[in-house]
Ligand binder design. Structure first.
Ligand SMILES: Nc1ncnc2c1ncn2[C@@H]1O[C@H](COP(=O)(O)OP(=O)(O)O)[C@@H](O)[C@H]1O
Ligand SMILES: [Mg+2]
Length: 246
């Protein structure tokens, strides 16, 4: 179920009132299947632009994007829409929930669209809403939810079709610590099941859950490091008596 993503010399230049703004400046990124990558960097460093391009929401200026061995930066918008429906879950910074549908329907819809049976879609929705502490809000319209609740619904929706790639832009940006914990637990759970995750975050706690942190500055990768697994020193046991001889 998990996806491999690769970019080659990826560039995005916006035209801002006739002035070119280079948002992403030659990014070569390889993310293996099942990897959990946190993208960090100061505001304006190109994080959102990068993940938007990876999800086909923003067109690249030059360079290549490959998803599971298939070149995708050349796809049409409608082909991208199909790819997102089947393979890519996206949590936006702004939640983009469907206003006239309940929370439950917002979460079930992507599962149904990607071919799940109504029963599968309902079970998936129940699992996700429960994991995120939203079961009691299932019948509410999104407008009645607080910002942090909407954000969690957006995450549930992004995971509803069991995407091979989860892209998330600050998925814990508005959450208090308890809700952040729920989100982290769910991300950890899906990651353990093999979910590939690329996630923009400012939060070091969130990043510490990742396998790897990619740091952006001025649209370039300036650091790309695997997080070392903390090695605990084994405690001395009963058999470790040190004999002192004089
Ligand atoms: N639609 C746009 N038009 C013009 N410039 C943009 C647009 N979106 C982003 N930018 C510029 O691109 C750069 C990177 O932005 P962004 O990807 O949003 O960074 P981040 O998510 O790291 O804060 C910034 O200089 C920003 O002002
Ligand atoms: Mg951003």
């Amino acid at each position: 179920m998990s996806a491999v993503i690769r970019t080659v010399n990826l560039v995005k230049i916006y035209q801002s009132g006739g002035v070119p703004v280079t948002a992403v400046d030659g990014v070569d990124l390889h993310v293996g299947a099942g990897e959990f990558v946190a993208v960090m960097g100061p505001s304006g460093s190109g994080k959102s632009t990068l993940v938007h391009m990876l999800g086909g929401l923003d067109a690249r200026t030059s360079g290549e994007i490959w998803l599971d061995g298939k070149r995708v930066d050349t796809l049409s918008e409608s082909a991208w829409a199909l790819l997102r429906r089947d393979k890519v879950g996206f949590v936006f910074q702004f939640f983009n929930l469907v206003a006239n549908m309940t929370v439950a329907d917002n979460v079930e819809l992507p599962a149904l669209l990607s071919g799940a049976t109504p029963k599968q879609a309902r079970e998936r929705r129940e699992y996700l809403l429960d994991a995120l502490g939203l079961t009691e809000r299932a019948e509410a319209p999104p407008a009645q939810l607080a910002g942090g609740e909407q954000q969690r619904v957006a995450l549930a929706r992004a995971l509803a079709n069991e995407p091979s790639l989860l892209l998330a832009d600050e998925p814990t940006g508005n959450l208090d610590s308890r809700n952040t914990r729920d989100v982290l637990r769910l991300l950890g759970e899906v990651h353990k099941k093999g979910q590939t995750i690329i996630m923009v975050t400012h939060d070091a706690r969130v990043a510490s859950l990742a396998d790897r942190v990619v740091s952006l500055l001025d649209g370039q990768i300036v650091d790309d490091g695997v997080i070392p697994v903390t090695r605990r020193r084994p405690k001395a046991g009963a058999g470790d008596v040190v004999e002192l001889r004089s």
